[in-house]
Design a protein around this ligand. Sequence first.
Ligand SMILES: NC(=O)c1ccc[n+]([C@@H]2O[C@H](COP(=O)([O-])OP(=O)(O)OC[C@H]3O[C@@H](n4cnc5c(N)ncnc54)[C@H](O)[C@@H]3O)[C@@H](O)[C@H]2O)c1
Ligand SMILES: CC(C)(O)[C@@H](O)C(=O)O
Ligand SMILES: [Mg+2]
Ligand SMILES: [Mg+2]
Length: 347
Amino acid sequence: MKLKFGTVEEDVVTREEFPLEKAREVLKDEVIAVLGYGVQGPGQALNLKDNGFNVIVGQRKGSKTWDKAVADGWVPGETLFELEEACEKGTILQFLLSDAGQIALWPTVKKHLSPGKALYFSHGFGVTYNDQTGIIPPKDVDVILVAPKGSGTSLRRMFVEGRGLNSSFAIYQDATGKARERVIALGIGVGSGYLFETDFYREVTSDLTGERGTLMGAIQGIFAAQYEVLRENGHSPSEAFNETVEELTQSLMPLVAENGMDWMYANCSTTAQRGALDWWKPFRDASKPVFEDLYKSVKDGKEAAKSIESNSKSDYRVKLEEELKELRESEMWQAGATVRKLRPENN
Ligand SMILES: NC(=O)c1ccc[n+]([C@@H]2O[C@H](COP(=O)([O-])OP(=O)(O)OC[C@H]3O[C@@H](n4cnc5c(N)ncnc54)[C@H](O)[C@@H]3O)[C@@H](O)[C@H]2O)c1
Ligand SMILES: CC(C)(O)[C@@H](O)C(=O)O
Ligand SMILES: [Mg+2]
Ligand SMILES: [Mg+2]
């Protein structure tokens, strides 16, 4: 359906015009092989299974995530296989290894992409930066993308709650003439709330910008800056944490989610409104050059190169965990751990 987003009209796909029954009909003869069982793998595979699709999971035997798959109800030899066996059995291969991991498995996946199969991604990374990944799909398969706009953990949680996470979808290659109905059916099947169309390049550039920016990188940066200033001016960790993070996540962001920024503002004092309306523009102006540098680094392929380089190392998980530990052990997030314990619902 066509909808106005501000003044711009866009075509979006909802469950109303593409119901689950239609998705099941489109994919009734397909075997959907979900390759990788990290964060997106479980969310998408379990939602597809619960929605009545024919799904198998491919994962390295002996890995922790193999055990997780078994614990989630996937049965070895029936619905859970080694990666190569899943590639062989699947007619739709959902390539949900980490973006760096996809490079190593690509020769195996490619070998099993016989004509008419579909290669599905949840990120435009591998194909867009194929000068770095070597992922160049054969011409006689569909190459499609559904990218849930959020964590696989939320995708599953929201599905279980009867809600839906929004996803973008894209078609890179339509070899069968059925790529469009296949990709939309998969988007509905994995539990998307609604789907908006993009292409692989725009998906990867917006996604890499968003996660490095407001969604993850910039938000931590702005939290840290304010927390430090409050602490340097003699405020206690409790006060600094509550005024920086807790109030935002517990009180104000839920209001923004419900009805927009102006409505959240309107539910705060006129004193707060005056100050926020005065200060948001200086914050925008101070951070915009950083966002411009970030977008350029994404566009030039530098962010992809850094990610491939570091996440291809054999000890990449250990290194990431060390850096996460530094965040976890910072005073701000230690204060957060105590504050979370004090929430009445956690007692
Ligand atoms: N994490 C998210 O919520 C999220 C959200 C949207 C899109 N995506 C995209 O979905 C895809 C999967 O992301 P993820 O975060 O679920 O991945 P992940 O980092 O959790 O890894 C997924 C799986 O890949 C396996 N793996 C890694 N390297 C491997 C190798 N060399 N050989 C075999 N297996 C290997 C891991 O063991 C794991 O089971 C990526 O393209 C990502 O950009 C992820
Ligand atoms: C969940 C995110 C941040 O939206 C995703 O893009 C990812 O890479 O994990
Ligand atoms: Mg991402
Ligand atoms: Mg994302």
